[in-house]
Design a protein around this ligand. Structure first.
Ligand SMILES: *Cc1c(COP(=O)(O)O)cnc(C)c1O
Length: 425
């Protein structure tokens, strides 16, 4: 684990050029890599030697950026994927096969909800959704003998609910399973879930990490803390021979790197959802300023949340930085430097008024994306979550009148002026 501050890791982590090498992380725009002898290549394919052979599995640019993200989270290993969705699927599928079961918070990103409730269900992997604010006993009751992982988001998208990570970790570990956390909204600048007992972290790097809405990407990070061999019967994929590598056993051959190695050499080999080196390069440029941008996102969001809360046309505001917010105490514990730039709120007048308000904004744009430098707004019930019924919306933590405001790093005064004029209409 790196002893450096995350501020230094953001700028310099992952890439340490030797004499005469480029100061800036290069884009290794190559599908393949050269070796001197047939024997060297054979050892790579037997996983007896580490090295790059084909960019469907690994690429040096990606590897450097993954190492930076691993260091930022305080993990032992990481990998990049083509998208956040791919990271989530790979992380779940690295633990689960047909007949297995997942327990997940119900108030999660809509894409992850669909992945678990529809697509993975078709593969024979079932999910029980629980209320993340439920008691330890209630959450534990959802764990079955075939459950392989407990899952939640540090700060839920779009509900902006803060997860009690320690509570989730206790329940997972009592059930002999790892806790996996989607840390996209908090980023490791504001919260490092491994310090609170999480075992695996996933990211959509498309959000604050890139930060400029330039490239889709994902990452999986392993803390190295979960003891797969102590629960060998539950995780045969990690602790039993892999016939596709002459009977290699990941937990024995790779120790703390077993999870990421298996996801790379088996799932990435077979499914191929790798991030392009070009996108990894852009993600790295974003990461170089993540530690500067996150405090600004939080400070701007705090000012706008306070403005909204005091406005007579606003029915409710959910931002964990507001005293009196339902998640304020959890935010103070897990996110003492600030939560994120995302606020959810509702207007008096409901759905119709929300649409009129959004159409009146001038500086703030209606876009699907969230968590980048430019302030944006979305009405999930009309946009991202429009397939869901009002009942399903409420179960997903999305009130039908909820407006999601993703506060960027512009001047807060200019943003408030825009919100004010749009409320006036
Ligand atoms: C956006 C998002 C994802 C999906 O990431 P993509 O990069 O869009 O595939 C997953 N989880 C959370 C919390 C997100 O905000």
């Amino acid at each position: 684990m790196s002893s450096q501050s995350n501020d230094t890791i953001c700028v310099q982590g992952g890439w340490a050029p030797k004499k005469g090498e480029p100061r800036v992380l290069p884009i290794y725009q190559s599908t393949t890599f050269k070796y001197e002898t047939s024997e060297q290549m054979a050892r790579l394919f037997d996983l007896e030697e580490s090295g790059f052979f084909y960019s469907r599995l690994q690429n040096p640019t990606n590897e450097a950026v993954a190492a930076k993200i691993a260091a930022l989270e305080g993990g032992v290993a990481a990998m990049l994927t083509a998208s956040g969705q791919a990271a989530l699927f790979f992380a779940f599928f690295n633990l689960c096969s047909a007949g297995d079961h997942v327990v997940s918070s119900s108030t999660i990103y809509g894409g992850t909800y669909n992945l678990l409730s529809v697509t993975m269900k078709k593969m024979g992997i079932e999910t029980t959704f629980i209320n993340q604010d439920a008691s330890e006993e209630e959450i534990a009751a959802a764990i079955r003998p075939n459950t392989k992982v407990l899952f939640g988001e540090t700060i839920s998208n779009p509900g902006v609910m803060v997860l009690d990570i320690e509570k989730f970790a206790r329940v997972a570990h009592a059930g002999g399973i790892p806790l996996m956390i989607d840390n996209t909204f908090a980023t490791p600048i504001n919260c490092r879930p491994f310090e609170w007992g999480a075992d695996l972290v996933v990211h959509s790097t498309s959000k604050y990490m890139d930060g400029h809405a330039c490239c889709i990407g994902g990452a999986i990070v392993d803390s190295g803390n979960f003891d797969w061999e102590a629960h060998a019967d539950k995780f045969p994929g990690l602790t039993q021979p892999d016939p596709s590598y002459h009977g290699l056993i990941y937990s024995q051959a790779f120790g703390k790197a077993a999870f990421i190695t298996k996801a790379t050499v088996q799932l990435m080999r077979d499914l191929g959802a790798i991030q392009s080196p070009q996108n990894a390069f852009l993600t790295n440029l974003g990461l170089e300023t993540l530690h500067l941008r996150m405090p600004r996102h939080c400070a701007n969001a705090q000012q706008i949340a306070e403005f909204l809360q005091s406005h007579p046309q606003v029915a409710w505001v959910n931002y964990p930085g507001l005293p009196g917010n339902r998640y304020h105490a959890l935010a103070q514990k897990y996110l003492p430097k600030g939560s994120c730039g995302v606020i959810s709120f509702g207007l008096k007048g409901g759905r119709d008024e929300s649409i009129r308000f959004m159409d009146s904004l001038k500086l703030i744009a209606i876009v699907t994306h969230v968590a980048d430098a430019r302030t944006s707004v979305l009405h999930p019930a009309s946009h991202t979550h429009r397939q869901l019924t009002d009942e399903q919306l409420i179960a997903a933590g999305v009130a039908p009148d909820l407006i999601r405001l993703s506060v960027g790093i512009e001047d807060a005064g200019d943003l408030i002026k825009d919100v004010e004029q749009a409320l006036r209409g």
